[in-house]
Design a protein around this ligand. Structure first.
Ligand SMILES: Nc1ncnc2c1ncn2[C@@H]1O[C@H](COP(=O)(O)OP(=O)(O)O)[C@@H](O)[C@H]1O
Ligand SMILES: [Mg+2]
Length: 594
């Protein structure tokens, strides 16, 4: 004891972010504690007799044995409220001011005095139950948010503040909960990050999280409230794809967690996002975004927590009845944080040094994605999209294999495609989506009832292409029979004209459902016409030499969202080209006979 006060525990030993302390008062497991004279934030992760093991979320370099540890009486929790949208936080949801890289050690998440405009949605005497939305909140220009009763409260409104400007922890509503218990509600409330927020009901996936990326929406779609992973080696385009999704997907709110990547990887997000425009509203994209940044130079334990913090924030917006998408880049760095802490704890290492509980932690994370009826009876969803960076792009390593068990969509990024600058480098034969059946309805509603079949057809062609290319490498492409050369031609067109889509093209970076359908049907039409031509003994060369081929390959770049009528012209041109081909052949045949 350094300062004469009685403390709850005293540090015995310190190993990086992990320390051991002798308790004078019993702590609870997962209880948040304040460590050392700077009151650094920590969490109790083990208790052995009178000794507790604590992980500390901040730099522990100044701590020494004998320093005090004090209980807080509550689990590690974050404050959820209206100040989150538009801001950048560390792994424990403390605002990261852009000027300094670190949050000042030990600072809490005290209110910064900012006020928000509140309007009540309930009156005196109304009953408020768990999750009731009792008011609306707006901050200058930003999107409408709600004041939500925490998931553990029930009572009758005794008083409610009139519309006006309030800070996020002022009492706005007083509840009589019976038994002389009174509860005060403000715009914000605390929630323990490791505990999923309750819902009325989990519902099956109904519609897609529409992304505007053809290889996703049309081939490997992710349902709204579902979970997807994108594994890929270094430089295969994970970060670009996550950012593209954050910009274009049709979620109401984006939670972007940069987890353990190097500072310069995160820099583009931190730098770009604040200046980006929401393509659909023209307003700053940040207004519907929360960024949680925990780069590799920040404390490793905070990285471990950042994933849970992000999911908790996502669930909070979901509970307002919003569609939320969470991008985590990269879950592998998070798993590495688990491994490091586990090592410090002296636990028995499992596969590749990861702790045995890696898999169950990954499950805990992904299972918090859901399409739900919220406690207040609204429809809300949280979709999780995790990047995975397997060492040497080896998809059989533990983090990738466990991830596969818990996600519905697996978008395997391929180094060969990336090297050929074929983006997005999602490999069609190393990817899958289990949400396809649930999403047939969406495409039918958009006037594309044959989507499922066309998708199957595309994938079958791509599979056959892989098989034939292996063969062609041995016997030479020209030795393949025309029908097989035709397969190669069609697969190449699917790749070039449909799957390839540059994130940096003004015209093609976003592709609406309508445009995706036009393009898919155009390619299907080509496949049908060219197959007929092959059956009529036209050569594959004569087809690939058709001038319209070039236009097909470029249609994504050439025909923009507001030029959908041009697809009709292209269709006519395609029909005309094949008609001419067959006509001229007929003529030649007749001439030869004559
Ligand atoms: N969809 C895309 N369109 C165009 N270029 C891309 C795309 N995805 C990736 N790239 C290129 O590849 C580079 C590496 O991508 P990045 O997302 O940083 O890889 P990773 O995060 O997997 O290491 C980018 O800087 C960009 O030049
Ligand atoms: Mg990256």
């Amino acid at each position: 004891m350094t300062d004469g006060h009685v403390h709850d525990a005293v540090i015995n030993s310190i190993s990086g972010p992990v320390l051991r302390a002798t308790m004078r008062m019993p702590f609870h497991i997962n209880e948040a504690v304040k460590v050392g004279p700077q009151r650094l934030l920590g969490e109790v992760i083990r208790i052995n007799g009178s000794e507790s093991v604590i992980q500390v979320y901040e730099d522990t370099s100044g701590l020494k044995p004998g320093d005090p540890v004090n209980a807080t009486g509550s689990p590690l929790a974050v404050k959820l409220g209206p100040g989150m949208l538009g801001n950048i936080f560390d792994g424990l949801l403390r605002p990261l001011k852009q000027q300094g890289r670190y949050v000042k050690p030990g600072i809490g998440d005290k209110t910064n005095g900012e006020t928000y405009r509140f309007s009540p949605l309930v009156e005196e005497g109304d009953l408020i139950t768990r999750g009731t939305l009792f008011g609306s909140v707006t901050r200058k220009h930003a999107r409408l948010q709600r004041c939500m009763a925490p998931p553990d409260c029930d009572g009758r409104v005794v008083s409610i503040k009139p519309a006006g400007e309030y800070t996020d922890d002022e009492t706005l509503c007083v509840l009589d909960c019976g038994d002389n218990e009174v509860r005060e509600l403000s715009m914000s409330h605390y929630w323990p990050v490791r505990q999923p927020r309750p819902v009325l009901q989990r519902r099956p996936v109904k519609g897609p999280l529409f992304t505007g990326q053809r290889i996703l929406d049309s081939i490997f779609p992710v349902g709204c409230g579902s979970r997807a992973a994108m594994p890929g080696g270094f430089g295969t385009g994970k970060t670009v794809l996550q950012e593209t999704l954050a910009k274009w997907c049709d979620a109401d709110v984006i939670i972007y967690v940069g987890c353990g990547e190097r500072g310069n990887e995160m820099a583009s997000v931190l730098h770009d996002f604040p200046s980006l425009e929401d393509p659909r509203t023209g307003r700053p994209l940040m207004e519907r975004t929360v960024i949680i940044a925990n780069t590799s130079n920040m404390p490793v334990a905070a990285r471990e927590a950042s994933i849970y913090t992000a999911v908790t924030v996502g669930e909070y917006f979901r509970d307002m009845g919003l569609r939320v998408a969470l991008m985590a880049d990269s879950t592998s760095r998070w798993a590495e944080a688990l491994r490091e802490i586990s090592g410090r704890l002296g636990e028995l290492p499992g596969e590749a040094g990861y702790p045995a509980y890696l898999s169950s932690r990954q499950a805990d994370f992904y299972e918090r994605a859901a399409n739900v009826s919220t406690l207040s009876g609204k429809a809300g969803s949280l979709t999780i999209i995790g990047a995975v960076s397997p060492p040497s792009a080896d998809f059989s390593e533990p983090v990738t294999t466990h991830t596969k068990r818990y996600v519905h969509c697996f978008w395997g990024l391929d180094a060969v495609r990336a090297q050929a600058r074929f983006y997005p480098a999602i490999h069609p034969l190393q990817s899958y989506s289990r949400d396809v059946d649930a999403l047939n309805h969406f495409w039918s509603q958009h006037g594309h009832p044959t989507w499922g079949r066309q998708r199957q057809k595309f994938l079958a062609l791509l599979e056959e292409q892989a098989r034939l290319e292996r063969m062609a490498r041995i016997i030479g492409k020209d030795a393949l029979p025309p029908r097989q050369q035709h397969v190669l031609l069609c697969a190449e067109l699917i790749n070039e004209a449909f799957l390839r889509q540059s994130a940096f093209s003004e015209v093609d970076r976003y592709c609406s459902a309508e445009r995706q359908i036009e393009m898919m049907q155009m390619i299907s039409r080509f496949i049908r016409l060219s197959r007929n031509a092959i059956e009529l003994d036209h050569s594959v060369e004569s087809i690939s030499a058709l001038p319209v081929m070039r236009k097909l390959r470029r249609m994504g770049e050439d025909i923009g969202e507001d030029e959908l009528d041009d697809f009709e012209d292209l269709r006519d041109e395609l029909d005309e080209a094949f008609e001419q081909l067959t006509r001229s052949a007929k003529y030649e045949a007749e001439r030869d006979e004559g």
